[in-house]
Design a protein around this ligand. Structure first.
Ligand code: NDP
Length: 330
C-alpha cells in the first residue's frame, strides 16, 4: 500500500534547478532493505549546496537531499535491524546519489546504518550530525597517534564552523589545552565558552609561510586546508600530528616535505562519508559519553520541513551559527 509523505525534492529539467517541499508516495522510495520513519535530519553545508544548487552535490534527479538522519525502522529484511530499532545514517552518498533524510520516510541499505547508541536521544544525534561525528573521528585519530593532554597545545582551525566548534568542545571535555583559529574574533567569548583557552586570528595561518617555523603545537584538527594546513605542518612540534578533513580555504596544499622528514610530523586524512561501520560505531559511542544535552541545546535550533529551503539559503549566505535540526514529523 502506498501513502503520501512530505519530502524536499530537487529537480533539474532543461538546466532549471529547483527544490521544493513536495508530496511523494511511499511507493516512490528506492527499493532498499530497511524502511525508516525519519525523526530528525539536519542542514549541513553540503545540504545547503544541494538545495540551493550552489555546488554540484546532487548526482541524479529527482533527489531527496539530507546527508544525515535518525529514525525508527518500520520494515526490514536485514538480520541486523528489526522494527522499532532507532538508527543513524551519516553520508554514504545519501542525499547525493541515494535519496536522503529530508523527508518523513526513507528507504536505506542496512550496510549504511548504525544503531543509535545508548545514552543519546534521536534529536541529539542530529544536533551532533556529520559535523560532530567528523570532529570525533579527528579527535580519535589524534589519540590513536599517542597525543594526550600532556603533549601540549592543540590547534583547531575553522573554529566557528560545525567541525571546528565540536572539535574544541570535545578536546576540552578530554582535558586538552585548545587554541582556536578564527576569522571571527568577535566570537572569542563563545569559543572560550566552548573550551578554547587561546584564540588566534586565522590570518596568522592563511598566507604563504616558511617550510619550517617555530615549533608550537603538539597537534591540530584542520578543516581549512591550503596555506593554513601547510603552516600548521610547519609549526607542529617534533612528532606532531595534524588531521585534515576540509577545504574551507582551498583544496590545494602548498607545503614542503621538511616537517615530515625533519620533525617526524604526521598528516592524517579524515573521511566521514565512506568510513567503515566499526569506526562509526566507535565515534558515536564516544560522542554519547562526551557530549552534554546543555551544550547541544545551546548550539542548535529546530525547524520543520516547511522551513528547510529558506534556512538552506541563509546557511549559504553565512547567516546561521550552530546546528540546524530538522524535525521531519512536525
Ligand atoms: P562550516 O562552513 O560550518 O565551517 C567552516 C569554517 O571555516 C568557517 O566557520 C570559518 O571559521 C572557516 N573558514 C571559512 N572560510 C575560510 C577561509 N577562506 N580561510 C580560513 N578559514 C575559513 O563547515 P564545516 O565545519 O561543516 O566543514 C568544514 C570543512 O570540512 C568543509 O570544507 C567541509 O566540506 C569539510 N567536511 C569534511 C568532512 C569529511 O568527511 N572529510 C565531513 C564534514 C565536513 P571561522 O569563522 O571561525 O574563521
Amino acid at each position: 500500500m502506498s501513502n503520501p509523505i512530505k519530502a524536499i525534492v530537487i529537480n533539474k529539467e532543461d538546466n532549471n534547478y529547483s527544490a521544493s517541499l513536495s508530496t511523494i508516495e511511499t511507493s516512490d522510495l528506492p527499493n532498499e532493505n530497511v524502511s525508516i520513519d525519519v525523526l530528525y535530519s539536519t542542514l549541513n553545508y553540503k545540504d545547503g549546496l544541494a538545495i540551493t544548487g550552489k555546488g554540484p552535490v546532487v548526482r541524479s534527479f529527482p533527489m531527496v537531499p539530507g546527508i544525515d538522519l535518525v529514525g525508527t525502522v518500520t520494515n526490514s529484511t536485514s538480520d541486523e535491524f528489526k522494527n522499532g530499532d532507532n538508527v543513524i545514517l551519516n553520508g554514504f552518498g545519501v542525499g547525493e546519489k541515494h535519496w536522503g533524510g529530508l523527508a518523513q520516510k526513507a528507504a536505506l541499505n542496512s550496510d549504511w546504518l548504525i544503531p543509535l547508541p545508548a545514552g543519546i536521544l534521536p534529536k541529539q544525534a542530529m544536533q551532533i550530525g556529520t559535523a560532530g561525528y567528523t570532529a570525533m573521528l579527528s579527535v580519535i585519530a589524534l589519540q590513536k597517534q599517542g597525543i594526550t593532554p600532556e603533549s601540549g597545545e592543540i590547534l583547531v582551525t575553522g573554529a566557528n564552523g560545525g567541525v571546528g566548534s565540536f572539535a574544541i568542545y570535545l578536546l576540552n571535555q578530554l582535558g586538552f589545552n585548545v587554541t582556536a583559529a578564527t576569522g571571527r574574533l568577535d566570537q572569542s567569548e563563545y569559543l572560550k565558552e566552548l573550551g578554547a583557552s587561546q584564540i588566534i586570528d586565522r590570518n596568522e595561518l592563511s598566507n604563504p609561510g616558511k617550510p619550517l617555523q617555530k615549533e608550537r603545537f603538539a597537534a591540530a584538527i584542520d578543516s581549512v586546508g591550503s596555506h593554513t594546513l601547510a603552516n600548521i605542518c610547519a609549526s607542529l612540534k617534533y612528532g606532531g600530528v595534524v588531521t585534515a578533513c576540509g577545504l574551507a580555504q582551498g583544496m590545494d596544499l602548498p607545503a614542503s616535505v621538511a616537517p615530515f622528514i625533519l620533525r617526524g610530523v604526521s598528516l592524517i586524512g579524515i573521511d566521514s562519508v565512506m568510513r567503515p561501520k566499526a569506526d562509526r560505531i566507535e565515534a558515536w559511542d564516544r560522542l554519547a559519553k562526551l557530549v552534554s544535552a546543555d551544550y547541544l541545546d545551546k548550539i542548535s535550533t529546530e525547524i520543520s520541513l516547511e522551513h528547510v529551503i529558506d534556512n538552506a539559503e541563509r546557511l549559504m549566505e553565512g547567516k546561521i551559527r550552530g546546528r540546524v535540526v530538522v524535525n521531519c514529523q512536525s
